[in-house]
Every structure is written in C-alpha cells, then in structure tokens.
Design a protein around this ligand. Structure first.
Ligand code: NAD
Ligand code: DAU
Length: 332
C-alpha cells in the first residue's frame, strides 16, 4: 500500500482524484488543503477513516509541508488558485500559492527523495486559432496569457528545473477543461446550470465563439493514476478527451436539457485577453501508457452534471450569492 499526499484535495479535481484513488487502489490518502473559498470539506466527507486523513494547511508554509512530504511515498500536487477571472482582478494569491507553494513542495520532495506528480493545465500553451487543425502537444512552446496561466507555467518550469538540476523524480500533466460534479459555481458550466435553477439568465462572455476541450473529471483522475503508475520520470503528458466545443454550444446544450429556449441567455462583457481555443493531442498518453477516456458522450455527461447540481443544492448554495455579486461588480 502506498501513502499518497494530495494537495488541494478538497477542490473540484483534487477531491475527484481522492475518491478515485480510494475506490480503485488500496492506497492511503492524506489531503493537505487550506480550504480557501474554493475548498469544500463536504466534497471529501464519508471516506474510510483507516484510508484517509485530512490536514488543513497552506502549501506555501514549509513547516506544514515538510513532515507531510517526509511521511508519504508520492505527492500529487493539485492545490492552486485556479480561476482566470479572479487572477485578472487580484493576481497576488496566484503567485503565493501557484509559484511559492509549488516551490515549497518540490523542495520538500527533493529533500526527502519522494516521487512527485505536478498537475497543470493546457493554458500554459496559450491559445490556438479557431477552426485551425493544430492541437497542443508536449512540444508546443509555452505562451501563457493570464496571471493564472503564467503562474501555472512558472510552476511547471520550476518542476522541470528540479528534475534536471536536482534529480527530482517528477512527472507533469497538462489537462484541458474539466467538468462534472463538485465544481465551484464560479466556473462556466456550474455557473450557468445554477443560474438557470435560480431563474437568472446564463451569461456568455463576448461572442461565445471561444472553444474549450472538455473532459470529465473522472477521466482526468484515471489519467493521473496511469501517469503515477507507469509514467516516465521527467516526462510531461497532455491529458484530453477530444471534447472541443464552443461556449455558445455548451450554453445551448445546458438550456435545452433544462427545458428552456436555446437563446435564453445574455452576452456580457468579454474576459480581457480571453484565450480563443484550446485543443489537446493526447497521443503520447494513449500510446505510451495505454490510457483512454471513459466519458466520451459530452451530452450525457452534461445531463448527469445538471442532475447532480439539481440534487445537491446544499453543496453549492452557500457560495452562489457571493459569486454572482462578484461577477455583477465586474459587469459579467
Ligand atoms: P479548485 O479551485 O476547485 O480547487 C483548488 C483547491 O486548492 C481548493 O480546495 C483550495 O482550498 C486549495 N488551495 C488553494 N490554495 C491553497 C494553498 N495555498 N494551500 C493548500 N491548499 C490550497 O481547483 P480545480 O479546478 O480543482 O484545479 C485543481 C488543479 O488542477 C489546479 O492545479 C489547476 O491548475 C489544475 N487544472 C484544472 C483544470 C480545470 O478545468 N478545473 C484543468 C486542468 C488543470
Ligand atoms: O483549460 C484548463 C483550464 O480550464 C484550467 O486550467 C482552469 O483552472 C479552469 O478554470 C478552466 O479555465 P477557463 O478559463 O477555460 O474556465 P472557465 O470555466 O472560467 O471558462 C470557460 C469558458 O467559458 C471560457 O472561455 C470563459 C467562458 N465563460 C466563463 C464564465 C464563468 C463564459 O462565457 N461565461 C461565464 O460566466
């Protein structure tokens, strides 16, 4: 049995990974999470006591991080400030957590010679033209656009440098946009679903032509487990599930599943520097590690996600009013 330290395990994707590991391995999981506005202990309740430990703390605090890293076999690093819109209004926490926090973790992993897996994003590569054939690969040059994506790019480069200069036993994965249950209502899909539930019209930034490459969070988790088990040290793996859709199509799909007219949404002010298109070529992960996604039907995945938000209002209701108040101030 392995001992896995999961940072950010009370967030959307980190908590999905924790449930995935408990269900599919015999590993013990320790979650280290600061419980910022984005962390939610409700997402990791009812886990078996003999297989799961929770520690509240900051990844940027060396005294917290060091003993936890010393006591595990593998660190899987999800903790981050994750929302682009927030990074455009208040970048500082993104530097503290995404850069300094990652630095503290890789220093501890180096000191104690631990296997390290760094969770990153396709946004480090910048964006692609709409309607172009190109997709991101592991060789695409870094070209981040926002404070969020530039801090994620910085953290990736730190990990790469620690591998090369100090022999850190690390891998990196860069995944596309995740969807599914337990995602904070600030993010695009849950925001629109919960808006409709609350009788608010969905909000589309700009023209809505921007394309995102959607993957179900469970498929992200299965890919990360494959990389931890079979990935080659020092390598980067792109994770994606052939899920390109433009934002307008996604809003229309949500509205139709909720029984409303597909044009019952508002266009609002665009995000500054808004990336046009993300698209992942995950050939390396599929060919070298034999991974493939299970959730290939986006329509069905959205239907299940809508049902989850309808059935679990207790989970998202406490954040909804403050999230919408913040968007209103920003004209979004
Ligand atoms: P999230 O915002 O839902 O969760 C982040 C978690 O990190 C929260 O539980 C929060 O409390 C915790 N956290 C924040 N700062 C911390 C700190 N200083 N110390 C300890 N814990 C802290 O984010 P998410 O969407 O689940 O993203 C998780 C990771 O996956 C991030 O690294 C993100 O860059 C990456 N990622 C996300 C997506 C996506 O579509 N959401 C896609 C690719 C990669
Ligand atoms: O690509 C991976 C990234 O995906 C992750 O690294 C980030 O952590 C994650 O937040 C996500 O970033 P995006 O900026 O793509 O996700 P977001 O949900 O904020 O927005 C998705 C798209 O929808 C984007 O084009 C902006 C648009 N949008 C968003 C909101 C909140 C709207 O049109 N209306 C909205 O209300």
């Amino acid at each position: 049995m392995q001992k896995i330290l999961v940072t950010g395990g009370a967030g959307f994707i980190g908590s999905n990974f924790v449930h995935y590991i408990i269900a599919n391995t015999d590993s013990h999981v320790t979650v280290l999470d600061k419980i910022t506005y984005a962390g939610n202990l409700e997402s990791i309740k009812h886990l078996p006591r003999d297989r799961f430990t929770f520690v509240r703390g900051d990844i940027a605090d060396a005294a917290t991080v060091d003993p936890l890293v010393a006591d595990c076999d593998v660190v899987v690093h999800y903790a981050a400030e994750s929302h682009n819109d927030n990074s455009l209004h208040d970048p500082r926490p993104f530097l503290d957590t995404n850069i300094i926090g990652t630095y503290m973790l890789i220093e501890a992993a180096r000191k104690h010679d631990k296997r390290f897996h760094h969770i990153s994003t396709d946004e480090v590569y910048g964006d692609l033209e709409l309607d172009a054939p190109e997709r991101f690969t592991e060789d695409t040059p870094y070209n981040p656009s926002s404070p969020y994506s530039s801090t994620k790019a910085g953290s990736d480069l730190l990990v790469r440098a620690w591998v090369r200069s100090f022999g850190l036993r690390a891998t990196i994965s860069n995944c596309s946009n995740n969807y599914g249950p337990f995602q904070h209502v600030e993010k695009f899909i849950p925001r629109q679903i919960t808006n409709v539930i609350d009788g608010i019209r969905p909000k589309l930034y700009g023209t809505g032509e921007n394309v995102r490459d959607w993957i179900h969070a469970n498929d992200h988790s299965s890919a990360v487990l494959a990389i931890i088990e079979k990935g080659k040290i020092g390598e980067t793996y792109l994770i994606g599930a052939e899920g390109e859709k433009n934002n307008k199509e996604v809003i229309e799909l949500i509205l139709s599943h909720l029984g409303l007219e597909t044009d019952a949404y508002d266009h609002v002010v665009d995000r500054p520097g808004h990336d046009l298109r993300y698209a992942i070529d995950s050939t390396k992960l599929r060919n070298e590690l034999g991974w493939k996604p299970e959730f290939s039907n986006f329509d069905a995945g959205i239907e299940d996600t809508i049902k989850w938000y309808r059935d679990n209002e207790y989970w998202w209701r406490p954040q909804k009013a403050a999230t919408e108040a913040k968007y209103k101030e920003q004209g979004q």
